[in-house]
Design a protein around this ligand. Structure first.
Ligand SMILES: C[S@@+](CC[C@H](N)C(=O)[O-])C[C@H]1O[C@@H](n2cnc3c(N)ncnc32)[C@H](O)[C@@H]1O
Length: 250
């Protein structure tokens, strides 16, 4: 992957997602570029409901067209929903889909998650699906983790689905080869086979800067999250969550 200083800018990432709303708008199929994407959504929703059944408010970071919030509303109805994304077309689609699915309040916020202003202890649940890999160096990850901890009420929970790196380069190479083989077998936006694999690999190279999974889990616990859970892992993709320590006030 190119070094961090040669990655796409926030503006370039926003422009690409502005053109990609349809791909993230199908609750029944999920997005094919992520293996097991339906299972990830289902597990996150079920685990969030099991761990935080009293939840009244969810904050969905990098919400895209709203799939994760919609899935969550199937098991925790009528939440207040704050939907955050860089892309205005994504947010417009998310609002259109989420508003009819809840009797709670729906707010949309177009901004970079690094710049989000949100009240301390303002929500019970945070969802961050396929968005944190857009953060760059460790400092940005640490800052966003600290913000997420402050936005959650004590006892609230954070749920993340993302691409993470392996601990050793040899295993990373193995998992990446297998992901390439997976991509060759699916079809996205009318493209299939090696062409689809190369398309996905090109935008990952340009845009994404994932961290190692074990580094992320360690940071979660140092930031005050407990009861860490790995719900599912398929190669480079993992669904996980944790609870904000009840003795932290934010
Ligand atoms: C791969 S999509 C995932 C969408 C949704 N979470 C899902 O899983 O269906 C990533 C989304 O995050 C948004 N995004 C990327 N970087 C962001 C940032 N720094 N701040 C806010 N949103 C961001 C993109 O615009 C895009 O809608």
């Amino acid at each position: 992957m190119p070094p961090l200083n040669q990655k796409s800018s926030v503006e370039q990432i926003r422009a690409r997602f502005d053109q990609d709303v349809e791909r993230f708008s199908h609750l029944e199929t999920g997005q094919v570029a992520m293996p097991d994407s339906l299972l990830f959504m289902e597990l996150i929703a079920r685990a969030a409901a099991a761990i935080t059944p009293q939840a009244r408010a969810v904050l969905d970071l990098g919400c895209g067209a709203g799939n994760y919030t919609l899935k969550l509303l199937q098991v925790l109805p009528d939440l207040d929903c704050t939907l955050v994304d860089l892309s205005q077309p994504m947010l417009a689609r998310a609002r259109e889909r989420v508003a009819p699915a809840t009797r709670g309040r729906v707010d949309t916020r177009q901004c970079d998650i690094r710049d989000l202003q949100f009240p301390a202890a303002g929500c019970d649940l945070i969802l961050a699906a396929a968005v944190l890999h857009h953060l760059r160096g460790e400092g940005e990850w640490n800052a966003v983790l600290a913000s997420m901890a402050s936005w959650l009420r004590p006892g609230g929970s954070l749920w993340v689905v993302d691409m993470f790196e392996a601990s050793s380069p040899a295993v990373q190479a193995l998992l990446w080869r297998r992901y390439g083989e997976y991509l060759e077998q699916v079809r996205g936006g009318g493209v299939a086979g090696a062409a689809y694999r190369d398309h996905v690999f090109a935008y990952i190279d340009a845009e994404d800067s994932p961290r190692p999974l074990l580094w992320f889990l360690d940071r979660l616990s140092r930031t005050g999250f407990t009861n860490l859970e790995i719900l599912h892992k398929n190669g480079s993709f993992t669904a996980l969550g944790g609870v904000k320590c009840a003795d932290q006030s934010g």
